[in-house]
Design a protein around this ligand. Sequence first.
Ligand SMILES: [Zn+2]
Length: 371
Amino acid sequence: MKGYKVRIYPNKEQQLLMNKTFGCARFAYNWTLAKQFESYKNGNKFISEGELRKQFTQLKKDMNANGEEWLYEIPNNATKQAIKDCFKAYKNFFNGKAKKPKFKSKKHSKLSFYNDTYKIKVFDNKVQLEVIGTINLAEKSRIPKGKMYNPRISFDGLYYWLSINVEVDDNQINENKSEPIGVDLGIKTLMAYSNQMNFNRINTKKEIKKLKRLHRKASRHYIKMYKNKTTNKSRNLLKIEKSILKQHRRITNIRFNNIHQATTKLIKLNPSHIVIEDLEIFNLMKNKHLAEKFADCSFYEIRRQLKYKCEWNNINLVIADKWYPSSKICSNCGNKKDKLSLSERVYKCKCCNLEIERDFNASINLKNLAI
Ligand SMILES: [Zn+2]
């Protein structure tokens, strides 16, 4: 099963209908949750999914009779699935398997809805959705043919997306594996591989400068609003805010694309194992200045990409124990240093006189974990 997320280009009319559907899905979710809480308060067990759906259908009819037909204007499966999702979340909470589900807020919840698997049709460059119609896809032939699961439409404040899981027949996996590779994550060198390949962090200084300029522009508007005692945002400010969102997206895209290139190159080497550090290590470093630098290095994205790419290619991803001192051990003789400051870029071993680049040394130690 492979997951795909592709940008879609709905027209104005379709956008309107989709925005409506997001609202209806949220409404159905919150309605379900309120029903469950009410039932619990009255000392009853949770309400079954079938009963919920029956009650919701009745609600729709009642509302329609009162001239409120909006729940009939959108794809039926969007609300049906929202009830299902909420039921599942509540049941897991009820059985002690998950946290108490929360109401979806208009401002902060993710805008998304489900499209029925049998009613969605994916073509090379188009997707056909229930009620909403045919929409162009941003990437041609990105989604392969195969059985589809859990298609969802979402909006992130800027763009509309289609997410879908597809069951693909994968007999192309190369089982002819090469030796394990250790990957050391760092600030300067983003990824150092034990086969001596390096990937530097991409430079986004220019883009960040532009972002800061936009923030300054916006703050001048906020100050003006404060002075004029108004909460109404001017058209200009709304435009700036949208540019800020876009600029954030641009920076993330640049960074993530860089990581995609690095992880794909690594996967193509087809090692039996890939070993990386536990990311908790970075939380253990309390240095504030460093923490900032770590945050934008996108370590979590690296791990996320490696996780699914390894899975797709039948490579074992090994996460080292968070206490494993990959930087402090000599990769040649195994001697361990008590202290190693961050400024020491070259590892010098007192026992065997090895002098080796710090990140490279750590990556070999990680690789040795797999061996
Ligand atoms: Zn040594």
